[in-house]
Design a binder for this molecule. Structure first.
Ligand code: IMP
Ligand code: MG
Length: 184
């Protein structure tokens, strides 16, 4: 494994994003909606950096595919607990890859008529996009590498790492051959 983004760099950037989210919501109180489970570190640090009153909620989206490639057919398996109509919402994702997950979530949420809907992602793998999706807050743009740590997993492993590391293709070859259903 190779460290791509160190702990200090992550915290500095998340601090910047948090202050930007604060500036963009002068009439507050936005709801930060984390996409489980990869969002947990990012959301927890972001909350401490957003200098205005805000609420949090969570969604969980199913993915079907091998653990290093997400599929194109996401489905909501846990919804938010509150009505988001007329609210300011910020979706908080760990990583945008093909864009299918966020495009699906964006359509689902826009149909509920929030006052505003913005999207934050810690990591953007822009080169892999299959569906265009507007992103308001990007922590880091990275090339096409499979990464783990700071909430991101490979087959549910490595989420606990306090930095972001790339896994080599050789390490990815250990991937289980059978497809499994999980969450993003
Ligand atoms: P998308 O729908 O292709 O944009 O996929 C988004 C989801 O795929 C993320 O929420 C992650 O769960 C997963 N994913 C994509 N790339 C990576 C990666 O490099 N490391 C870990 N998970 C990833
Ligand atoms: Mg994942």
């Amino acid at each position: 494994m190779e460290v791509l983004i160190g702990t200090a760099d992550i915290h500095r950037r998340v601090g910047e994003l948090g202050r930007q989210i604060g500036r963009d919501h002068p009439e507050g109180t936005p709801i930060l909606v984390g996409v489980l489970s990869g969002c947990i570190f990012f959301l927890a640090d972001l909350m401490r950096a957003v200098p205005i009153p805000h609420e949090i909620d969570f969604v969980s989206v199913s993915s079907y595919g091998t653990s290093s490639k997400s599929s194109g057919a996401p489905r909501l398996i846990k919804d938010v607990d509150r009505d988001i109509a007329e609210r300011d919402v910020v979706l908080v994702e760990d990583i945008v890859d093909s864009g299918h997950t966020l495009a699906f979530l964006r359509e689902t949420f826009l149909a509920r008529r929030p006052r505003s809907l913005r999207i934050a992602t810690l990591i953007d793998k822009r080169g892999r996009r299959e569906r265009a999706v507007p992103i308001d807050y990007v922590g880091f743009e990275i090339p096409d590498r499979f990464i783990v740590g700071y909430g991101l997993d490979y087959a549910e492993r490595y989420r606990h790492l306090p930095y972001i590391a790339a896994i080599s293709p050789a390490e990815l070859n250990d991937e289980p051959a059978t497809h499994s259903t999980g969450t993003v």
